[in-house]
Write a protein that binds this ligand. Sequence first.
Ligand code: SF4
Length: 296
Amino acid sequence: MLSLSAEGILPRIDYAIFADTGWEPKAVYSHLDRIQREIAEPAGIPVLRVATGNIRKDALDPAHRFASMPLYILNKDGRPGMTRRQCTGEYKIKPIKKQVREILGYPYPERIPKGIFVEQWVGISTDEFHRAKDADVAYMHNRHPLILDMDWSRADCTSYLESRGLADTPKSSCLGCPFHGNQQWRNIRDHSPEEWADVVAFDAAIRAGNARANASGNPLLGQAFLHRSRVPLDQAPIDHVTAREWAQRQAALDTHAAGERLKELEDGVADGCSPWACRGDQQQPEQEQGDFGLTA
Ligand code: SF4
């Protein structure tokens, strides 16, 4: 959308905002630098980088309130669960709203008069029109130009990026996001040993829950994992879908849903953490979601 706007195909935007969780892959930060330098700056579009902290550091800091990531839990009695996802709200939506209020001239907690709002573009393509949602505040009106103005599918977006020399656009998400599919985990392991060591170390560090909950005598009654198999990441079956997993999925789901589920296992949750367009909350409905003492 930034490039379409810079080219004049879409109307000129006033700002582009990047919400930084502090733990994106190196490739995302380099790409951001590149599009800022090559596309945004020549077009006079400011790129605002906003943040509320560093998600990795905060999760391991006993003194910090932990906005829970969607971790996979194995309870003591063997029941699987997931922690509620609070991180998108804390590390993405919150700093974006703060920035938007400042742009409008009404920093929190000032009341924003009725009728004062920004138009916020959210990049959802036609294949996922059902994810197009309104913002939850009156001072932001969501618009989805890839659907409304361009009528573009994901493939159309990819072709456009290729035509502009941006074929290597990486997917933005935290390096250790539990929404990753096996393909993303393999990609980190096989192409970025340093980042793999980083996520494996983080996975081990959150096994007993978050640092603050443990420090305050509210330990996790079970174990937490980044990979959906609930196995330590460096031993998780990221190279293939096991026959058992396949059989379990087949038994539990109808054919179409099983296919979707297996795709997700490989590719991850599609755009799992896109603010205002997240499917993540609908994942694994068969599993209990809760705080598991992790949200101290
Ligand atoms: S990318 Fe994953 S871990 Fe990071 S904020 Fe989004 S849901 Fe949370």
